[in-house]
Design a protein around this ligand. Sequence first.
Ligand SMILES: NC(=O)c1ccc[n+]([C@@H]2O[C@H](COP(=O)([O-])OP(=O)(O)OC[C@H]3O[C@@H](n4cnc5c(N)ncnc54)[C@H](OP(=O)(O)O)[C@@H]3O)[C@@H](O)[C@H]2O)c1
Length: 286
Amino acid sequence: MAILSMILSNLFWPLPITMYIVETGCILLLVKLLIRLTNGVCSSTNRLDGKVVIITGSSSGIGLEVMRNLAFRGAKIYMAVPDVDNAKVLRDGTSAESGNAQIFVKYIDLTSLKSVRDFVEEFLSVESRLDVLINNAGMAAIKKSLTSDGLETQMACNYFGHFLLTRILLDTMKKSAPSRIISTSSMLHWTCRRINLSDLNFKKSSSGNGIMEIYATSKTCLILFTRELAKRLHGTGVEAYSVHPGAITSTAFLNCFPWYFRTFVWALTMMVSKTGIEIISLTAGG
Ligand SMILES: NC(=O)c1ccc[n+]([C@@H]2O[C@H](COP(=O)([O-])OP(=O)(O)OC[C@H]3O[C@@H](n4cnc5c(N)ncnc54)[C@H](OP(=O)(O)O)[C@@H]3O)[C@@H](O)[C@H]2O)c1
């Protein structure tokens, strides 16, 4: 008891700055250790030869790691991305490393409903089956804006685009059953207290908190959609899941902040966030 009281009093007693730095470092190390110890890592080596997979947002962060994992296991992959040139470079590297020549890069802009339809049309012109659809792409933005379809941009990318993509690929997935739809949601959906269905463009939104409110709403919509989809698909052989991947250092959020705060968040997340190998535990299992 005496030792505990000594530690606690030392924690909060005015100390030299170096002691605070050491304390902060120790706390971060403990958090990192906790993440390491409680984190499941996918160790599956199941081959996926013959399985056709679409992954949105597979040119960076989580999507890229998942794409690489599936490539090494032999899946035929369609990288659905807005920056085709960058994705082709990543594709070539992954193909060379894994020996998988069945990785294709196709353009999609999830903020454009036409682009989603064009992507599906092109995909279905060459493929008759789809085993796994990974709705992973996501964005966070400081300011509200509207797409050419008149939808709020974050909502369009994170939810409406994936909703449409899933809906128009559903018949193909039913024909390919057993098949699986995985959507990358976020724990931040907890901050969404209610969805105002008559204001999905956030015109009347009073909080003005563009990043959190719209992002959280878009992820809540994605989760609710997935849950309803899973119910309706019961017995068809198509399964639908949404997953929170954990905290990963990525560009989606960092770009929202001013450079000084971005640097701080980057340094913090580098210390405690998951690594590439840990990321794939949630999305690439089985
Ligand atoms: N990082 C985390 O800690 C965390 C936590 C919870 C949930 N998530 C979710 O996990 C998913 C992946 O995030 P991440 O951390 O890997 O982020 P990231 O590295 O920024 O990747 C986001 C991906 O989405 C793509 N994308 C952005 N706008 C798009 C659009 N309009 N159309 C099509 N694709 C678009 C990006 O392509 P370009 O690079 O070419 O723009 C990129 O490949 C997101 O849905 C995110 O909300 C992340």
